[in-house]
Design a binder for this molecule. Structure first.
Ligand code: ADP
Ligand code: MG
Length: 221
């Protein structure tokens, strides 16, 4: 289970600081698909990066199954992340000179687990990528790219999948396919935290949390 407790994040802007996340509390249970919905600039990406230990909050805590991410050393956190947390982004972040299968297996290369090959091929099959295993990302459709990124993130069955606007570059049909895979993942006991500005996408989660429009947080003149 993922818990964010009173998490605050500000960024410097000139001589001031802007608040990207006012105190936020959030819980995602095992087997739950939670969406965080908010307009552009409301802190969705910031929230997701903090939830995955990629960015430190100013204050507050992030616990995954009781482990405080931001209390770990860099090496501890890197190991913990690779075993427990998967990321998917709007821009896929595939490695352009590797094939689909090699991209999916990139976490295996980092961790050297023997079952990676078999799992990678099985996931590729499950995600309809069988006929694309030897293709490079440039040869894929948007939907195929995102399914490759999803297979890579799910290779070792992370406790939680963190997804940032992952349907942002997909048409309706492909967006529904990807969301379908997220729903299947939570049925197997995994957790999903999806951030999006898109109400229709968010509404397909088990639960939706809202980030306020940052303009509404500004002090009135
Ligand atoms: P969203 O993903 O909802 O669009 P972000 O988390 O990207 O929101 O950004 C929230 C606010 O923080 C925005 O005002 C943005 O400009 C600002 N911000 C995000 N990242 C940085 C950064 N690295 N440095 C300074 N300001 C940032
Ligand atoms: Mg964002």
């Amino acid at each position: 289970m993922l818990v964010l407790k009173r998490v605050v994040k500000t960024y410097p802007k000139g001589s001031r600081r802007i608040t990207a996340l006012a105190p936020i509390d959030l819980t995602v249970s095992a087997g739950e698909f939670v969406a965080v919905e908010g307009p552009s600039g409301s802190g969705k990406t910031t929230c997701l990066l903090i939830a995955g230990g990629l960015l430190d909050p100013d204050s507050g805590r992030v616990l995954l199954d009781g482990h405080d991410l931001h209390a770990m050393t860099r090496n501890q956190l890197a190991a913990f992340r690779s075993q427990n947390i998967g990321f998917v982004f709007q821009q896929y972040h595939l490695i352009p000179y590797l094939s689909v299968l090699e991209n999916i297996l990139a976490p295996e290369a980092a961790r050297g687990r023997a079952d990676g090959q078999a799992r990678g091929r099985a996931l590729a099959g499950q995600f309809g990528l069988d006929h694309r295993l030897d293709h490079t990302p440039a040869e894929l459709s948007s939907g195929e790219k995102q399914r490759t990124a999803l297979a890579r993130a799910l290779l070792f069955q992370p406790k939680i999948l963190l997804a940032d606007e992952i349907t942002g570059n997909l048409d309706h049909v492909n967006a529904q396919i990807v969301l379908g895979y997220l729903r299947e993942y939570v049925k197997t006991g995994g957790s999903v935290l999806l951030v999006t500005h898109d109400r229709e996408i968010a509404s397909q989660a088990d639960r939706v949390e809202y980030l306020p429009d940052p303009r509404e947080l500004e002090a009135p003149r």
